[in-house]
Write a protein that binds this ligand. Structure first.
Ligand code: HSE
Length: 441
C-alpha cells in the first residue's frame, strides 16, 4: 500500500469494468470516508485501446497487455473482468503468484479452475474474492460465507441467470418468442457475449457449482450437473403454467438431504408454484432460497445481471480487499481465509438420474384413436404414475395436438427413459419436452 492510496488494476473494460470505474469515481469521497484510504483505478487493460467507450479513462493508464497489469508492483488489487477461461486463468494466476488480491466476476473461471486458483492464492499469500460471480448484485456469497456460517445446508435453490429470467418473464407477459427478447437482453448488457452460455443454462450451472463449493466445500465437476436450458420452452408450457398456478423458471438446485446423502446439482426449466418466492421473481432479478439447519429458510432477491448490479458486487470485493490490506498492516497481508472451510472431500456427488420429482411432459401427437392408450402403457411400463392429462379440444381437421401430462413423484431416470420411448412412437411428432415441477415448500 502506498500511504493512503490503494491502487487497483482492471483487466477487462467491458460493461462491468466500465460500471466499476464509474461507481468508484462517483463514490470516491464516500469510500475515502469509510475506509480512510483513496481507492484509485491506476491501470486498465483492454483488448482494443482505440475503441471508444461510454466511460473515458486517461490513455496513460490504458494498456492492451493484461499480464503486465497482473504483475504490476504498483498495484495492490487486480480485478479480472475479462470473461472467458484461458487468458483469464493466466492473468489471475500471475496476479495471485505476485501476491495480489484478485477480484473476479468470472463464474466460468471459478467453476473450471477455482480449486487451483484458491490453492495458489493460499500459497502466495493473496486472496481471491468473487462476490460478483453469482447472482449479480445480491451478496449471496457473503451470506453463505459469513451470515450463515453456523448453518449446515440441506438445499439451495436459485434463479441464477438474469437473462433467462428476463426472457421467460417477457414470454409470459407478452407472449413473445425467446429469440426476439434475447436481442433486447443483449442490448441491456444482461447476456453473456456468447449468449448460449445463458440460454443453454451453462452460466447458471457455473454459478451452481460455485454455490455448491461454498456450502459444502466440494468442487462438483461441471459434467456432473444435470443441465437443460430454456430454448425448448414454448408458449404452450407458459400457458399451462399460467393456467395452473405456476411459472416457468430456470431453477438451479444444489441439495443434500441429510448428512451422508449424495450432493445433487442441477439446472433445469422448472414449473415453480407461483406463490413461492422463486415462482414470483420476475425480470432480470435473481433469487436464492437457502435452507440452513439453524436459521431455517432465508431468501435473497435482487438484480442478477447488468452493469450496475455487477459493479456493486465487484466494488464490495474491492472494499473487502482494501480492508484485508489495512488489517495486514504496512508490511504484511491478512492471512488467507478459506472461502469454504467445510471439508467436502467425503461427499459423494449424486448421479443426475437419481433426482426425484414430479414431472411435466409436453408431447405433440397425431390426433387419432389409440394414441393416449399407447402413451399410458409406456409410462406404466416405467412405473411412472400419471397425475393429470390435458389436451385442448381442436377442430375436426386438426392433425396434431399438444398433450400435456403431469406425473406423480418419480426418478428422473424413469421419466427420461419413458419419454425417450414416447419420442420413438410414430404418433409423436416432435421431441417431447420434460421439466420437473417444484414443491410449494
Ligand atoms: N449473463 C449473466 C446473467 C450475467 O444473465 O445472469 C450475470 O452473471
Amino acid at each position: 500500500m502506498n500511504g493512503r492510496v490503494v491502487n487497483v488494476g482492471l483487466c477487462g473494460f467491458g460493461v462491468v469494468g466500465q460500471g466499476v470505474v464509474d461507481h468508484l469515481e462517483r463514490k470516491r469521497e464516500m469510500l475515502r470516508d469509510q475506509l480512510g484510504v483513496e481507492v484509485v483505478v491506476a491501470r486498465v487493460a483492454v483488448r482494443n485501446p482505440s475503441k471508444s467507450r461510454d466511460i473515458a479513462i486517461d490513455v496513460a493508464r490504458v494498456t492492451d497487455d493484461a499480464l503486465s497489469v497482473a504483475v504490476d508492483p504498483e498495484l495492490d488489487i487486480v480485478c479480472e473482468l475479462m470473461g472467458g477461461t484461458d487468458k483469464a486463468r493466466e492473468v489471475t494466476l500471475e496476479a495471485l503468484k505476485a501476491g495480489k488480491i484478485v477480484v473476479t466476476a468470472n463464474k466460468a473461471l471459478l467453476c473450471d479452475h477455482g480449486k487451483e486458483l484458491l490453492a495458489v492464492a493460499q500459497e502466495f499469500g493473496g486472496h481471491l474474492l468473487f462476490e460478483a460471480s453469482v447472482a449479480g448484485g445480491i451478496p449471496v456469497i457473503k451470506a453463505i460465507r459469513e451470515g450463515l456460517v453456523v448453518n449446515e445446508f440441506s438445499s439451495i435453490r436459485g434463479i441464477l441467470n438474469g437473462t433467462c429470467n428476463y426472457i421467460l418473464t417477457r414470454m409470459t407477459n407478452e407472449g413473445a418468442s425467446y429469440q426476439d427478447i434475447l436481442v433486447e437482453a443483449k442490448e441491456l448488457g444482461y447476456a453473456e457475449a456468447d449468449e448460449s452460455l445463458d440460454v443453454d443454462g451453462i452460466d447458471a450451472a457455473h454459478k451452481a457449482v460455485v454455490l455448491a463449493y461454498l456450502a459444502y466445500g466440494k468442487w462438483v465437476d461441471f459434467d456432473a450437473v444435470r443441465l437443460q436450458g430454456i430454448k425448448e420452452v414454448r408458449q404452450e408450457d407458459i400457458r399451462y403454467a399460467k393456467d395452473n398456478g405456476y411459472s416457468v423458471k430456470l431453477i438451479a438446485m444444489v441439495d443434500r438431504e441429510r448428512e451422508g446423502s449424495a450432493l445433487r446439482v442441477s439446472v433445469l426449466p422448472t414449473l415453480m408454484p407461483k406463490e413461492t418466492p422463486l415462482g414470483s421473481v420476475d425480470g432480470v432479478f435473481n433469487a436464492v432460497s437457502i435452507q440452513g439447519d439453524v436459521v431455517g429458510e432465508t431468501v435473497y432477491i435482487g438484480p442478477g445481471a447488468g452493469r450496475d448490479a455487477t459493479a456493486s458486487a465487484v466494488i464490495s470485493d474491492v472494499v473487502d480487499a482494501v480492508k484485508l490490506l489495512i488489517l495486514g498492516g504496512p508490511e504484511g497481508r491478512f492471512p488467507f481465509l478459506d472461502p469454504a472451510p467445510r471439508n467436502g472431500k467425503r461427499i459423494e456427488v449424486a448421479r443426475a438420474d437419481e433426482i426425484e420429482s414430479r414431472y411435466y411432459v409436453r408431447l405433440v401427437v397425431r390426433d387419432q384413436p389409440g394414441v393416449m392408450a399407447e402413451i399410458a402403457s409406456i409410462l406404466a411400463s416405467h412405473s411412472v404414475s400419471l397425475a393429470s392429462v390435458n389436451q385442448k379440444e381442436v377442430g375436426e381437421d386438426a392433425e396434431r395436438v399438444s398433450l400435456i401430462i403431469t406425473t406423480h413423484a418419480t426418478t428422473e431416470a424413469a421419466v427420461s427413459e419413458a419419454v425417450a420411448e414416447l419420442g420413438e412412437l410414430a404418433a409423436v411428432e416432435e421431441r417431447p419436452f420434460l421439466m420437473p415441477i417444484g414443491d410449494a415448500s
